[in-house]
Design a protein. Structure first.
Length: 218
């Protein structure tokens, strides 16, 4: 073999040479590994140990008596009041409406007659003066005597010379007294100075009464 054409032989007993790049990477790797181990130990030291927290208060025992834990009442939420509105802070039960009984009217004392039952009729005005076309209002009042309690039928008749007219005033029912009005219009055909005579006839309980009235035309 010619010189320079192959690897040189290694002599027996001489140490093998390490590649020069191994030492350059071994030292930084060792430093990083030590830093990781130290950081893990410190992190476990500062972490808090979890413990069970109880929100309930323990019961207190005094002289053989156990007192239950006190319950803390939370304030109730209140809606802010609106202007112009009234807010009730406490709710009270609605009281049932109480029934009221109207007082019983006192009974009317019984009428005790002191003679024969009857009635009277009072007319106002009994005598009047008016012009043709005017209206005269007559006020009539019916009163009972000695406990009279029958209905009364009334009519009025007005006449002048050969002229006569009757008008039904209706029926008056007890109890008495009763009041009614009768409006009479003076006819335009009547001459001034004449007098119209009238009769009010009232019938009831087998009794008939006639009351006179008069009207002078001016």
């Amino acid at each position: 073999m010619e010189p320079g054409t192959g690897p040189e032989p290694v002599a027996e007993g001489s140490p093998q040479q390490t590649p020069p790049g191994w030492k350059r990477w071994a030292v930084p790797g060792l430093v990083i590994a030590v830093a990781v181990v130290v950081g893990a130990v410190l992190l476990l030291t500062f972490l808090p140990t979890p413990s069970h927290v109880s929100t309930s208060q323990p019961a207190i025992t005094i002289a053989g008596t156990t007192v239950p834990p006190t319950t803390i009442a939370r304030p109730r939420h209140r809606t802010p009041a609106t202007p112009g509105a009234t807010q009730s802070l406490t709710e009270e039960p609605t009281q049932p409406a109480q029934e009221t009984t109207a007082p019983t009217p006192a009974p009317t004392p019984a009428c005790v007659p002191n003679g024969e039952p009857g009635f009277t009729v009072t007319i106002s005005p009994a005598q009047a003066t008016a012009h043709r076309g005017d209206t005269v209002v007559y006020h009539m009042t019916v009163d009972a005597e000695n406990c009279f309690s029958d209905e009364i039928h009334m009519t009025v008749t007005a006449g002048f010379l050969f002229f006569s007219q009757t008008q039904d005033l209706g029926v008056q029912d007890p109890p008495y007294p009763k009041t009614l009005d009768y409006a009479f219009k003076v006819p335009d055909t009547l001459p001034p100075g004449v007098t119209v005579n009238g009769v009010v006839t009232s019938t009831g309980g087998g009794i008939t009464r006639e009351d006179q009235l008069s009207l002078t035309v001016q």
